[in-house]
Design a protein around this ligand. Structure first.
Ligand code: FES
Length: 565
């Protein structure tokens, strides 16, 4: 029993046999078969929900990290017990990892609630795993602390630094434009991801790690530490200790993830020029606690938050450089006057207190507030008759020359259509056109893949075109670069106006006005809508696919399931 008289450890949440003492006796008997002494069986339990998997390269060092977490828990006086959950290896899942984020969140929620633990360490890293863990922990609302894999270290190719995955795309674009040959792309393929850890740039994994730290769900300065650094193991050990200390304290996720800490997270997302995917994930995490997100508020914050971090894909450095430059506290220190500093964190101090002893910052990587990489935030939300519920543009990774522009639509009705025609010399396209991809949103069969980074048509790439306006209801990898409008909501498959665009239509993009307008009159759009066959978005007859189809929400609601919000 705990001090408050509530059962702890193995006496918690008993399996129901109709006789409480029998349940304790039976559980202890079975737990004893794992070799625990009676003294250990009586301790509070820190669960370690980890997502190690042979299908997740980013998490290949988790056994070592789990050992370090256990060390921290044991030294503090608790019993650490690890358990696996679903793992989402970004490149190993079809059709997309996003489709399974909510499934993983349900796994985390239900297994932390159903198994006897007094607090839990959430060990994740690869893109969707941290959002899934935070969503699950927010819903279960038992004391929880996040621990991340840490970023990969860079490698070298012909004197250049290489890091997944901005350089993946850069070299692939060079290969498509016939600037490098097959032999060289093979060498690059082997060198892009050469250590354990998450993608080495400001992609989704890095962005979500920084957001988790800013929310207060991780120890200070723990997001950017490289996966292979000895500090990463010390952070894991500290996380185990803190997880034990959370037991019995009123420091649940619902105390940490609040309207104010979510606003801090938006600020940092903008200041780091972070991944567009984080808009969806943060909306979903906040939604689990009833915190509504207004994309118009995102625009207000974006106008007053400069981009300060000089990391790929918007800058030149990598995550390991950010850690050496002072890490997340260095970034937060620069925007301190914009933050709610009284927000609590899992380690007990306020966010403001964490920033007091930030003494040295490498300003090559983290710029001073008044000498930013860009004057305004990395992301903007666009609205208009083409995106009534919003769309997202990562302006920090886009070409400002394309921000105020009208263009002719070149439409691809699906990913298959895109793949079949984008490289055809017959494609009627020029650099001033807008490429439009339909039916790649959350309600489509494709389940919102990171396909929003439409390739430049081969014939234009060969002619030297590096960027053009592209738009879709899909997502984009946080590691990508281009003038790309994403997350158009509602999506085409659910009847959104994106599905009404036809080849040759004119579209006007204005980043200054935050608008995206299809320049077709309402009568014509009504006629097109009336003539469109109704899409069957309920094709699955069983299992998770059926649940997904019926319950998935649009991007502006975080693509969570209706019944989980
Ligand atoms: Fe795991 Fe990029 S593939 S973080």
């Amino acid at each position: 029993m705990s001090d408050q008289g509530k059962p702890v450890g193995f006496k918690k949440g008993l399996t129901n046999y109709g006789d409480r003492e029998f349940s304790v006796y039976l559980r202890r008997s079975f737990a004893s078969s794992m070799g625990y002494s009676r003294a250990m069986l009586d301790k509070p339990i820190v669960g370690i929900a980890h997502s190690a998997s042979g299908f997740n390269n980013c998490h290949r060092h988790f056994p070592e990290m789990i050992d370090a977490v256990k060390r921290g828990v044991l030294a503090a006086g608790g019993l650490p017990i690890e358990f696996p959950t679903i793992s989402l290896g970004e490149t190993f899942l079809t059709p997309t990892s996003l489709k399974f984020r909510n499934l993983m969140s349900m796994d985390v929620e239900e297994m932390t609630r159903a198994q006897p633990m007094d607090s839990v360490v959430l060990l994740g890293g690869c893109d969707k795993t941290v959002p899934a863990q935070l969503m699950g922990a927010a819903s279960a609302d038992i004391p929880a602390i996040q621990l991340v894999a840490g970023p990969m270290s860079t490698s070298r190719h012909r004197g250049e630094r290489l890091g997944a995955c901005t350089d993946c795309r850069r070299f692939w674009a060079r290969f498509r434009a016939a600037e490098i040959d097959e032999q060289e792309i093979d060498i690059v393929e082997r060198r892009l991801a050469s250590t354990a850890g998450t993608c080495a740039v400001m992609g989704t994994a890095s962005t979500m790690a920084i957001i988790a730290e800013t929310l207060g769900m991780m120890p200070a300065n723990s997001a950017a530490c490289p996966a292979v650094d000895a500090d990463r193991l010390r952070i894991a050990e500290e996380t185990g200790r803190v997880a034990f200390e959370l037991i019995g304290k009123p420091v649940r996720p619902s105390e940490i993830i609040t309207q104010k800490s979510v606003e801090n997270a938006w600020r940092v997302l903008l200041a780091i020029g972070g991944s567009t995917n984080a808009v969806i994930h943060l909306t979903a995490i906040a939604g689990r606690l009833g915190i509504e997100v207004d994309l118009r508020r995102l625009n207000e914050l974006s106008d007053t938050t400069p981009v300060l971090v000089n990391l790929k894909p918007t800058g030149t450095h990598y995550m390991e450089d950010l850690y050496a430059a002072g890490g997340v506290p260095a970034i937060l220190r620069q925007i301190k006057h914009l933050l709610h500093l009284d927000c609590p964190t899992v380690t007990g101090e306020t966010l403001g207190a964490r920033l007091e002893d930030v003494s040295w910052i490498d300003h090559n990587v983290v710029k001073p507030f008044d000498e930013p990489v860009r004057e305004t935030g990395g992301l903007v939300a666009l609205f208009g008759n083409l995106a009534p519920r919003g769309a997202i543009l990562k302006r920090s990774a886009a070409d400002p020359n394309l921000f105020e522009k009208e263009g002719r639509a070149v439409v691809f009705t699906s990913l298959e259509d895109l793949a079949n025609r984008i490289d055809s010399d017959e494609l009627d396209v020029n650099a001033d056109d807008f490429l439009v991809l339909q039916n790649a949103g959350p309600s489509s069969d494709a389940a919102m893949p990171e396909a929003g980074y439409l390739p430049i048509p081969s014939k234009l790439a060969r002619a030297g075109v590096k960027d053009m306006v592209r738009m879709s209801d899909a997502r984009m990898s946080g590691t990508a670069y281009g003038t790309i409008v994403l997350h158009i909501a509602p999506d085409a498959a659910s009847g959104g106006p994106l599905g009404l665009v036809r080849n040759g239509d004119r579209i006007r993009l204005s980043v200054a006005n935050r608008s995206l307008e299809l320049l077709v009159d309402d009568a014509e759009l009504d006629a097109r809508r009336a003539a469109m066959p109704v899409q069957d978005t309920h094709k699955a007859t069983r299992g998770y696919a059926m649940l997904y189809e019926r319950e998935i929400l649009q991007a502006d609601e975080g693509c969570d399931f209706r019944f989980l919000k």
